[in-house]
Design a binder for this molecule. Structure first.
Ligand SMILES: *Cc1c(COP(=O)(O)O)cnc(C)c1O
Length: 395
């Protein structure tokens, strides 16, 4: 037998973390890594946050799971907090980002079909999007590498050019139910949509009674310096998917919606055994308590600006390697002039610096939001040493 016990769908590297301390990961043989990947924008409170650990420990010892057939004081508390701090009137909890996007897709379709309009089922999505790995969420992306071997795809998605309003407009028709978009593409290469684009989609949705669905699974939960990224675009969505950071490392996602958008989501239309269980709610509430306040959000914006300006200065020293810095808050990307993946491997293996490679030859810089000046200094030491010692591989 040659297949590994862990289904070999990930090209796993030699770093084998067994412990986390704030912004560092320590692997099996004791090597310390600076973690500017955060489990891909998940561990926003770092790896040993006392409040989060305490909340999970306490809840685990009290009540871990009950069925959604019972009332949920824990769920009501977190849902109320999200309702108070966002555009939303109602929340459905999931265990992952893909499930949150699935719920969002179902909500958008049901908005039309609940009224008896079965012709509007199509969502316009955008090139190089990433929405997850379920059948619906791979069908929502135009990336063929995620489709291969899994046909037939789910019907009902059309792909427009990202950040191109005319392209979205051109795909609108009698079957259009809405738009599904990441305000800042994550896997696609930390590419922020323009204000004009997001405001244009909002306007098209308003004029045509369509759902504007945002996938904020990666850019949401304080990552960009506001609780959700849409706040910076001067618009509100009808439906929003959130996950990754919201559990701070505990599996948790949610689909947020306005009352109007959720009109099709009535008794019996949707469900999840684990979704919103008391343990996940305790984790989510601890994260919200830490991040959903002006002081914390201002600190993310402040650190984001400092990190960004230092990155801009830094790339000036290596014009042959780096093209530009983009992103918002502490969701930053270095677009490279050479392939980003081998450089990311070099930083990891030779300089013990963890970042994430992304599309469009971009290196993702996603530190825990609790990152301090000392870790930012350490990051630049490692990055500078990494750039100075880098030999671009022959391709
Ligand atoms: C990670 C991600 C998802 C999928 O989340 P999972 O928890 O892996 O299912 C969906 N959308 C975006 C934008 C993501 O970054």
């Amino acid at each position: 037998m040659s297949i590994t016990p862990l289904m070999p769908v990930y090209p796993r590297c030699g770093v084998r973390p067994v412990r986390g301390e704030h912004c560092h990961l320590i692997d099996e043989d004791g090597t310390r890594y600076l973690d500017f990947a955060s489990g891909i924008a998940v561990n926003l409170l770092g790896h040993s946050h006392e409040g989060l650990i305490g909340a999970i420990q306490k809840q685990a010892a009290t009540l871990m799971h009950v069925s959604n057939l019972y009332g949920s004081p824990q769920g009501e508390k977190l849902a109320q907090e999200l309702v108070d701090k966002t555009f939303a009137d109602t929340v459905f909890f999931t265990n992952s980002g893909a499930e949150a996007v699935e719920t969002a897709i179902k909500t958008a379709r049901a908005y039309h079909q609940h009224q008896g309009d079965t012709t509007r089922y199509e969502l316009i999505t955008f090139a190089n999007a990433f929405h997850g790995r379920t059948m619906a969420t791979i069908s929502a992306s135009n990336q063929e590498k995620m489709h291969h071997g899994f046909s037939p795809l789910l019907a009902g998605f059309k792909y427009a050019e990202f950040d191109n309003l005319e392209s979205a407009k051109a795909l609108m028709g009698p079957h259009t139910a809405g738009f599904l978009v990441e305000p800042i593409q994550g896997e696609g290469g930390i590419r922020p949509a323009s204000d004009e684009f997001m405001q244009g989609l909002r306007k098209l949705a308003d004029e045509n009674d369509l759902m504007l669905v945002l996938d904020e699974v990666q850019c949401g939960v304080a990552r960009t310096g506001t609780l959700y990224a849409y706040e910076q675009y001067g618009i509100e969505p009808d439906i929003l998917a959130t996950a990754k950071g919201i559990g701070g490392g505990f599996p948790l996602g949610a689909c947020l919606a306005t009352e109007k958008a959720a009109r099709g989501m009535t008794f019996g239309t949707h469900g999840s055994t684990y979704g919103g269980n008391p343990l996940a709610m305790a984790a989510g509430s601890a994260v919200m308590e830490a991040v959903a306040n002006d002081e914390f959000l201002a600190s993310v914006r402040d650190k984001g600006e400092r990190l960004r300006s230092r990155l801009e200065q830094f790339i000036g020293n290596y014009p042959e390697l780096f093209e530009l810095v983009r992103g918002k808050g502490l969701m930053l990307g270095l677009k490279m002039k050479v392939e980003s993946r081998p450089f990311f491997v070099h930083l990891r293996d030779n300089h013990q610096l963890l970042t994430v490679a992304a599309g469009d030859n971009t290196l993702r810089v996603l530190p825990p939001l609790v990152v301090g000046d000392a870790e930012i200094d350490e990051f630049f030491e490692k990055l500078s040493a990494g750039a100075a010692s880098y030999e671009v591989p022959e391709s």
